[in-house]
Design a binder for this molecule. Structure first.
Ligand code: LRH
Ligand code: MN
Ligand code: MN
Length: 388
């Protein structure tokens, strides 16, 4: 007898988590980038590594690209390569944070020529989306100022709106724009899109196909992230997640590593708000594996999301509602915590086996020989992009 009902299992079966191509490249802190043997040398190898994660978990059907880190001569070839390996190309992430011209801003810059350059970069990303069949253009802006008085914050919001509107108009069909927020870094005084409210205000002014991206590592310590999830779902504006975990700032650690209970609470609100397996809400990872091996790091990550989803699906919602309505504080909390404390790992392992998947995907990957093969074959890997 499994503790996971057929309903829960079919919900879990439909779950898909998008992997970031840059998780497979070398990355680090600003102090040191440790080279990892077997690191992909081009986007094709990143896709091959991502496909390994999907092969042992059936949880990761798509891969997000970052431009220009993942520029290739032919996106048709990259798309076919992905499809041959059983995955597809997902979100296209723009990058306006590694060009000297953007030192004082990109989409918010005072100089219209610099703004146009940044807009043109997004047009290029949309052309790539047309070739890859990607739906989402994800924009994170490293824009802001370091010193009070340095910038006209209000004028920058106005220019941001104009630039985003120009980019938004270029989208076609089902394509969407998702705007990611982050409270600081690289700017340390003000950031132009620091919080969900600003992202919401900007995307609401664009239209229906503009949504907010919530990166779980982008909030001040102590922020109630699940409240934001609830609110954005309530407003119909939660477009996507960048999942990772953090102890201090934007640590980009394995999701669920720092605070599994927070991940549980977030996923509970996703379920409550109808966002689980909804086409409107993309589940993505945004992580860097600086010291651990990258492919198992990603396997661990998607398994953590699956495990917390299973636990959150176990919450007895009827009992919870009854306790809430009765004002029974302790009973409501107990219902919630019972689900969180349930060990679903044995049930998930036997369910995986029943679907022809490895019961323990981490062990299956380790035994597959793939890691040894890439370490022997690949020399001179590329960085994830931070220093490239
Ligand atoms: C910014 C961010 C954003 C970038 C990624 C590499 O901190 O979360 O999503 O695209 O990191
Ligand atoms: Mn992110
Ligand atoms: Mn980040």
């Amino acid at each position: 007898m499994t503790i996971l009902s057929p309903d829960i299992l079919s919900t879990l079966e439909a779950q898909g988590i998008e992997l970031p191509s840059w998780a497979f490249g070398n990355s680090g802190t600003r102090f040191k980038v440790f080279a990892t043997p077997g690191t992909p040398r081009d986007p094709f190898e990143k896709i091959a590594d991502a496909a390994e994660v999907n092969r042992v978990t059936a949880l990761a059907p798509s891969v997000a690209l970052h431009i220009p880190w993942d520029k290739v001569g032919s996106y048709d070839d990259l798309r076919r390569h992905a499809e041959d390996l059983g995955v597809r190309l997902g979100t296209i992430n723009s990058n306006t944070f590694q060009d000297d011209d953007y030192k004082f801003g990109a989409l918010t810059h005072v100089d219209p020529k610099i703004r146009q350059k940044a807009i043109d970069h997004h047009f290029e990303c949309i052309d790539i989306m047309d070739a890859t069949g990607s739906r989402d253009l994800k924009i994170w802006l490293a824009e802001g100022s370091n010193y009070p008085g340095q910038a006209d914050m209000r004028a920058r919001q106005d220019r941001l709106h104009e630039s985003l509107a120009t980019i938004y108009e270029r989208l076609s069909g089902e394509q969407r724009l998702v705007l990611e927020y982050k409270f600081f870094e690289p700017a340390f005084y003000h950031t132009d899109v620091p919080d969900w409210g600003t992202s919401y205000a900007q995307v609401a002014a664009l239209g229906e196909r503009a949504m907010v991206c919530l990166d779980t590592g982008h909030h001040a310590p102590g922020t109630n992230i699940e409240f934001i999830v609830m609110q954005l779902l309530r407003l119909g504006k939660l477009g996507s997640f960048d999942f990772n975990s953090r102890f201090y700032a934007d640590d980009d650690l394995i999701v669920g590593a720092a605070d599994p209970f927070q991940l549980f609470r977030i996923i509970f609100e996703v379920i409550r708000g109808g966002g689980l397996n909804s086409p409107d809400v993309a589940f993505m990872l945004d992580q860097c594996h600086n010291i651990e091996k990258k492919i198992p790091g990603q396997i661990r990550s998607v398994l953590n999301v699956q495990e917390m989803t299973a636990r959150a699906l176990l919450v007895d919602r009827a009992a919870l509602a009854a306790a809430q309505e009765a004002g029974d504080v302790l009973a409501a909390n107990a219902v919630f915590m019972d689900a969180f404390y349930t060990d679903v790992r044995p049930a998930l392992a036997s369910w995986r086996e029943s679907r022809g998947l490895p019961a323990d995907p981490m062990a299956a990957y380790a035994a597959s020989g793939y890691q040894e093969r890439i370490e022997a074959d690949r020399v001179g890997g590329v960085q994830a992009g931070w220093g490239a």
